[in-house]
Design a protein around this ligand. Structure first.
Ligand SMILES: [Zn+2]
Length: 324
């Protein structure tokens, strides 16, 4: 962890937060297949379990994602369930230790990426809720994603099967166990990104629309829609953001950093296409110094070129040919 991050975390939270790839972050023990969760109380009776700012590996068991749970008057609300059945089961045990004796009342899935929903299996399916489009995405792509996770994580995934949310949401808010939650239906990181705000504490669970100190991932991204979603979140009342990856964020820096990166990524790729560069040439574009502090930025930039380049060539090349 560099000094800039230390200063940011101290200033924004008053304490060191887990979330980046430092010794304080949650990890995993590949020998015992135990996740080493670090639950941080980020707001009153609200815990975040911060994963490492890494890519999936046998060492981290897929513990690279932020999940959260909130004690409400009559029970517990969970946001995202992690990358495997094992993660979901261990998360459920952790919830029981922090909030003994209260039932799980609701489990939200923010989007269909496998690190966010494959732990659903540990929970009662009828309590797992998401917008219909997120449910559709999990139904259509979940199995292929789970297969890929088995390849990446091996034994960590044993017994994991796709559990589709049992309840579709479309209301602007819902009351769960005596607590009001505002619900936001956005897109851009994927075709359906669901954001939840606890109206009591002001914690905004942004899912992967916001990353902090980790380069954003783009396999299903629509950059224009993503920028628009961030604009919406920028003006949404909140006291704290829990990004999908990275430390909790009291200042909105996750939104600014993600937007800045997306602006650069889109501009850089458009410039490469307009110069007629190949994908391999585009991958050699220098990454600006302000993004060098983002974890896994080299890997994610290369992946983004693969994800987005063809689409931009299709969009931009006809106009270049006409202008010639
Ligand atoms: Zn994602």
């Amino acid at each position: 962890m560099d000094n800039r991050r230390r200063i940011f975390l101290r200033n924004s939270l008053g304490v060191m937060a887990a979330g980046c790839a430092c010794a304080m972050c949650g990890g995993a023990n590949a020998r015992t297949l135990q996740y080493e969760f670090q639950a941080t109380e980020i707001a009153s009776r609200t815990w975040a379990v911060h994963g490492r700012n890494e890519y999936f590996s046998l060492e981290n068991g897929g513990n690279i994602v932020n999940v959260a749970f909130v004690e409400v008057p009559e029970g517990v609300v969970v946001v995202d369930t992690g990358p495997s059945r094992r993660f979901g089961e261990q998360l459920l045990r952790l919830i029981g230790e922090k909030i003994p004796g209260k039932p799980i009342l609701r489990v939200y899935n923010t989007h269909h990426h496998p690190d966010h929903f494959l732990g659903n299996q540990a929970f009662d399916q009828s309590l797992v809720a998401a917008p219909q489009k997120v449910i559709d995405n999990i139904s259509s792509e979940g199995n292929a994603m789970a297969d890929n996770m088995y390849r990446l994580l091996g034994d960590w995934m044993r017994g994991t099967e796709v559990t589709v949310p049992g309840k579709a949401l479309d209301a602007q808010s819902e009351e769960v166990g005596g607590r009001q939650f505002s619900l936001f239906y956005l897109s851009g990181h994927t075709s359906a990104d669901f954001v939840i705000r606890d109206d009591e504490t002001g914690v905004l669970f942004s899912g992967d629309l916001a990353f902090l100190f980790r380069a954003p991932t783009t396999p299903h991204a629509d950059i224009t829609a993503w920028r628009s979603a961030i604009e919406t979140l920028r003006v949404t009342d909140r006291d704290l953001i829990l990004p999908g990856h990275g430390p909790s964020d009291g200042r909105g820096e996750s939104l600014e950093q993600t937007l800045d990166y997306l602006d650069w990524l889109d501009g850089s790729l458009r410039e490469s296409v307009s110069k007629g560069w190949s994908m391999n040439e585009a991958m050699k574009t220098p990454i600006p110094p302000r993004f060098r502090a983002l974890d896994v930025v080299d890997t994610e930039f290369e992946r983004s070129v693969v994800h987005l380049y063809q689409q931009l060539e299709d969009e931009l090349m006809p106009s270049i040919q006409i202008s010639q």
